[in-house]
Structures are given as structure tokens and as C-alpha cells.
Ligand binder design. Structure first.
Ligand SMILES: [Zn+2]
Length: 336
């Protein structure tokens, strides 16, 4: 099959072998896959970092970019082939899945999209665990269904924040995760201020119903010194934004850190101590949050389609990667 392979730091379209389904696994023909900012970071920093993480559930990432990694974890696929013992699914069923493979035959669980053993969805076929498949409602277009994963990331950040009552919050960053976070917060009745230096993204945030969209480079500190938000969602993940979040948040406030900064970052602990702040780091989502995200997209509670600014083909994918930083783009989706 054809896939985009990351080798070292190069992204190239290559012919790779079609994955074979093990017991309890399903091979899906990829219909669409969102391009994720994490993949952009990963492609840039993979050569510097040992990207292996171990948890009590086993190895989640065994990616070795020298061996080649097919990334892509925000996918929707059509059931194509079944492994032993899979029941309840038919060829052609449209499905999404959390990007995880359940342990099989003594092999530990794996991530999908950060593994050199199994290909992710930046290719024609992807391997999934039948246990984790969710059926995509007919009314939901492929590329919108591909937003289930980032939508769940945002929902998880909001749920972890556990805001007791409707309040005013600041979301830093109007990229896909920031906007989806803002949309979930609006669903819960909060007043949402979003900040992003890019005008097209602020405009998009306004059309999505965010209360205030401001430019942190010119308006930020002034607004927050008058009425600091009690909770700030940091959805940028570059050096310096965590310190900025700590500056903006109210005394005794909380910063929810959803942005993934891949580099060492500096904060001034004295500021956090003086303000009695809590920094709360969040990652991933639960199976229930993933299911709820799919339902919210299908019901239109989260208007996912409006975040998608462009679809690209597999051949256009390597060039689309550096373009992600383009402020005129929000979510870019690979579509077959
Ligand atoms: Zn992602």
C-alpha cells in the first residue's frame, strides 16, 4: 500500500507492506485522517528525542524513525479485512477508533501512529482492535468524523478542569484543540475568551460563538489585569506560553496545560507561588469521552466541519505538513 513514511526527519510517500490483522484485529481502508500538530512536532523533534513511553498498560510507543514510522492517529476508516475471532462487523462499515491497539497474544498494547511496528493512518490502510471500534453514523461526513480524536482531547481537558459553575475562562490558542476546547466550554455555558496572534483564527473563533477573541501581542495583558480569568486553558505548547498563562490567570487560579511543548520551557515559580496557582497537565481521553465526541460531532453540538479549512490527497500530504503553521488554515484533513 502507499503511505507517507517518516524516516529520520524526512517525509516521503513510499510503498509499504499491507498490515495483516492478528486475532481480534481489523484492517481498515482509511477514508480520512486529520493532520495533527503533535505529528508536526514529532516529525521535527523525533531525531532528538527517545520517543518511548512506558505505562502500567505496557509500551505505548515504540517508534523508531530510522526504521520508518507511518504517523496518523485521527482517522476514520472502512472495515476491509478481519482477523481471527472478530464478529459483529462487515466489510464497508465506517468506523473510528481510539488510536490504540489492545494487547494481543502476549504483545503489549501499542499506539497507532507512533509505532514503527504498525502503520498509522497516513497511508491507505490501518490496523485497529475490533474491541475499540465505534460505528460512524451515516449522516456524518468522513472528514468530520476524523475530528473525533482531537475533539476528545479537548473534551478531556474540559472534564479534567471540572469547573464547578459557569464562569469566565481564557483559552490560549485558536488552533483545532483551542477551538474545540472553547466549543465544549460554550456547550457547558461558560463565557469564553480566546487569544491567538493570527487574525484569521480569531475571526473563525468569533463565527463559532466564542465571546471575545483577542490578540495576545497587543490586547492581552491589559484585559487580564482588569479582570483575570480563574481558569486558563493553555492550548499552544510553545516556549513561553505556560509563563504567559500564569501571568494572565487570577490569584488562586488554575492553568490547564493541554498544549504539548516538546522543548524545555522556563517558568518563574515565584509568580505561581505568590499567586497560589495550580498547574494541571492533561493528556489523552477516556473511552467514554471518545464516544461522546463522536456523538457530539454527529449531532452537530460540536460543529466540527467548520474547523476544517482544507482537504489534501496523500501525494499532497508531505508538503501540507509545514503549511500547518499557516494562520489561514485551521484543521487540514488527509482525504482518500
Ligand atoms: Zn492529534
Amino acid at each position: 500500500m502507499r503511505a507517507m513514511v517518516l524516516r529520520g526527519r524526512d517525509l516521503k510517500i513510499e510503498e509499504v507492506s499491507l498490515p495483516a490483522p492478528g486475532p481480534g484485529q481489523v484492517v481498515g481502508r482509511v477514508l480520512a485522517c486529520g493532520i495533527c500538530g503533535s505529528d508536526l512536532h514529532y516529525a521535527r523533534f523525533a531525531g532528538d528525542l527517545r520517543y518511548a513511553s512506558r505505562s502500567e498498560r505496557g509500551v505505548l510507543s515504540n517508534a523508531d524513525t530510522a526504521a520508518g514510522v507511518v504517523m496518523g492517529h485521527e482517522f476514520v476508516a472502512e472495515v476491509f479485512e478481519f482477523g481471527e475471532g472478530v464478529t459483529g462487523w462487515q466489510k464497508g462499515d465506517r468506523v473510528v477508533s481510539m488510536p490504540i491497539l489492545a494487547p494481543v497474544g502476549g504483545k503489549p498494547g501499542q499506539s497507532i501512529g507512533y509505532s514503527s511496528e504498525y502503520p498509522g493512518a497516513y497511508g491507505e490502510f490501518v490496523i485497529m482492535s475490533a474491541l475499540l471500534l465505534l460505528r460512524v453514523p451515516d449522516s456524518l461526513p468522513d472528514r468530520t468524523a476524523a475530528l473525533t480524536e482531537p475533539c476528545a482531547v479537548a473534551l478531556h481537558a474540559v472534564r479534567e478542569a471540572a469547573l464547578p459553575a459557569p464562569t469566565e475562562v481564557l483559552v490560549m490558542g485558536a488552533g483545532p484543540i483551542g477551538l474545540l476546547t472553547a466549543l465544549w466550554l460554550k456547550n457547558d455555558g461558560h463565557r469564553v475568551i480566546i487569544s491567538d496572534p493570527a487574525e484569521p483564527r480569531r475571526r473563525l473563533a468569533k463565527t463559532l460563538g466564542v465571546d471575545i477573541a483577542l490578540d495576545p501581542t497587543s490586547e492581552g495583558s491589559q484585559v487580564f489585569s482588569e479582570r483575570p480569568p480563574e481558569v486558563v486553558f493553555e492550548c499552544v505548547g510553545i516556549q513561553g506560553t505556560l509563563q504567559e498563562a500564569m501571568e494572565h490567570v487570577a490569584r488562586r487560579g488554575r492553568v490547564i496545560v493541554a498544549g504539548v511543548c516538546m522543548l524545555e520551557d522556563r517558568i518563574r515559580p515565584l509568580l505561581a507561588i505568590n499567586k497560589h496557582l495550580t498547574l494541571q497537565f492533561v493528556l489523552g481521553y477516556s473511552a467514554d469521552e471518545f464516544t461522546e465526541s463522536l456523538a457530539a460531532l454527529a449531532e452537530g453540538r460540536i460543529p466540527g466541519e467548520r474547523l476544517i479549512t482544507r482537504s489534501v490527497s496523500l501525494d499532497e500530504l508531505p508538503a501540507a505538513f509545514p503549511d500547518l503553521a499557516n494562520p489561514h488554515d485551521c484543521k487540514v484533513v488527509l482525504q482518500f
